[in-house]
Design a protein around this ligand. Structure first.
Ligand code: HEM
Ligand code: HEM
Length: 404
């Protein structure tokens, strides 16, 4: 017993020469930058308590995007964006650089996991009616983020410049030609000329590593600023009984609300969740656990399966049939179901265009204050059909491509 204080005295004495200057440096920086205030603000905002695991999907999306940026930067150490050396540089990684091969695997599997998680995050916010007043704009920013991530997925798939990448680039730049009025011009911009060539890879590389990230990063920032401004809506379980609440009870809840609530302008009763807690430690713990499990999954997939690399691109191999990335399978199937003349205009532009427009308009189409999913069949049923339709189309495509 008596040795305890002596030991801690000794530790304090030994660490003092390092701890004191460190603490003084931190105080100096903090006085100038306000790190402590900021950390306090970030950690102690109010969040809804019920259904908290479901709200970890947003931060998991964020963490995997950071993972993509970090692994992408590491890849740039070795990857050479030229049609003569891109494949060579990745082939070198696969055979001689174990660390870089794992990083490459993590970048690929990170992209796959990201697409699944962003999809689940979207479904979660849709089901809980989080797109309603005052969060309409945040939903729209979310839809744009989703499109940017899809864009990163498809442009990334062209970078290895193996057979799959080359023929994917062919298909994508061919389809672009059908854009009304601007098609030819857009195709020339993407290809770097009328035909595919060395500049095509340089262009897709530029789009992948700076153009799309330069749009993605500030928009993620805007998404988070809007989230902070209105507070987490959470889900309907946090607003049980609000309809039968008396005016006094509601006014009391509004008056007792902690920052960032009350969310304004909200439908009556939905400005403050009934049961709130601090973001730290409970929600932070759940968010960290989910994100850690996903990063671990990405790492395991990178080690066990890795990223494939087909033969180097061969423009003369005209009988090569490219298999689309799994997240484009529904679109690929949709395409072949139309007669030749309609295939690209309707399959690539009209239907996906209508789908995207409807997605953006969701907050304006469903304006009722109702948040419980089973009391909103007019939006839940069409959405369920849309998801089932996409899954069905993807299964048909798998069956067609792999003869299952
Ligand atoms: C780059 C991709 C994205 C990132 C990093 C991101 C991040 C986040 C985070 C951290 C939250 C708070 C925690 C949570 O509710 O899960 C959130 C909330 C939200 N996100 Fe996203 N998100 C992304 C994409 C999307 C997409 C694709 C949509 C829908 C189309 C969307 C719609 C929303 C909405 C409506 C909220 C408010 C939820 C609420 O208050 O209940 N987000 N997002
Ligand atoms: C959400 C963000 C991102 C997604 C979804 C994404 C997705 C992808 C995908 C699917 C590939 C193809 C992997 C393969 O088949 O080997 C790829 C390749 C690549 N990405 Fe990204 N990426 C993202 C961000 C970035 C960033 C920010 C950088 C650069 C800082 C980057 C650099 C690269 C490089 C150099 C390659 C070629 C190497 C290779 O193919 O293995 N990526 N990306």
């Amino acid at each position: 017993m008596s040795s305890q204080p002596q030991r801690s005295d000794l530790v304090a004495k030994l660490t003092r020469p390092v701890a004191r200057p460190l603490a003084a440096t931190y105080r100096w920086v903090d006085e100038r930058m306000g790190i402590s205030d900021l950390t306090h603000q970030l950690l102690y905002e109010a969040v809804p308590r019920r259904g908290a695991w479901a709200y970890s999907l947003g931060s998991a999306t964020l963490i995997i995007i950071v993972l993509q940026i970090v692994t992408g930067m590491f890849l740039l150490w070795t990857y050479v964006p030229s049609t003569t050396e891109a494949w060579e540089s990745l082939n070198y990684i696969e055979h001689y650089d174990e660390f870089a091969a794992i990083v490459r695997g993590m970048h690929l599997w990170g992209a796959y996991v990201l697409l699944v998680i962003i999809g689940l995050h979207m479904i979660r916010t849709f089901v809980s009616g989080s797109y309603k007043k005052p969060r309409e704009l945040n939903w729209i920013v979310g839809v744009i983020l989703f499109l940017l991530v899809l864009g990163l997925g498809i442009t990334g798939a062209m970078l290895p410049w193996d057979q799959a990448a080359y023929w994917t680039a062919q298909v994508v730049t061919h389809v672009v030609d059908y854009v009304p009025l601007l098609g030819n011009w857009l195709q020339d911009i993407l290809r770097g000329g009328p035909q595919m060539g060395p500049e095509t890879l340089t262009r897709f590389f530029a789009i992948h590593i700076w153009l799309l990230p330069a749009l993605l990063v500030p928009l993620v920032g805007l998404h988070l600023i809007l989230l902070r401004r209105h507070g987490e809506h959470g889900s309907w379980v946090n607003y049980e009984g609000v309809e039968s609440e008396t005016e006094e009870a509601r006014a009391e809840r509004m008056a007792d609300a902690e920052y960032p609530y009350p969310a304004i302008p909200s439908d009556p009763g939905y400005a403050v969740p009934v049961d709130i807690g601090d973001f730290f430690p409970s929600q932070v713990f759940k968010d960290s656990l989910v994100s850690f499990a996903l990063v671990l999954l990405v790492f395991i997939m990178a080690v066990v399966v890795g990223a494939p690399l087909e033969r180097a691109a061969n423009p003369a191999a005209l009988n090569y049939v490219p298999t689309p990335e799994w997240f484009f399978l529904p679109l690929d199937q949709l395409l072949i179901q139309f007669p030749q003349a309609w295939m690209i205009p309707v399959g690539v532009f009209v239907l996906p265009g209508i789908g995207t427009t409807l997605l953006i308009l969701v907050p304006f189409l469903d304006r009722s204050p109702e948040r419980e999913p089973w009391r909103r069949p007019e939006v839940m049923v069409p959405a369920l059909f849309a998801v089932l339709f996409l899954i069905f189309e993807a299964l048909l495509a798998v069956n067609r491509l792999f003869n299952l």
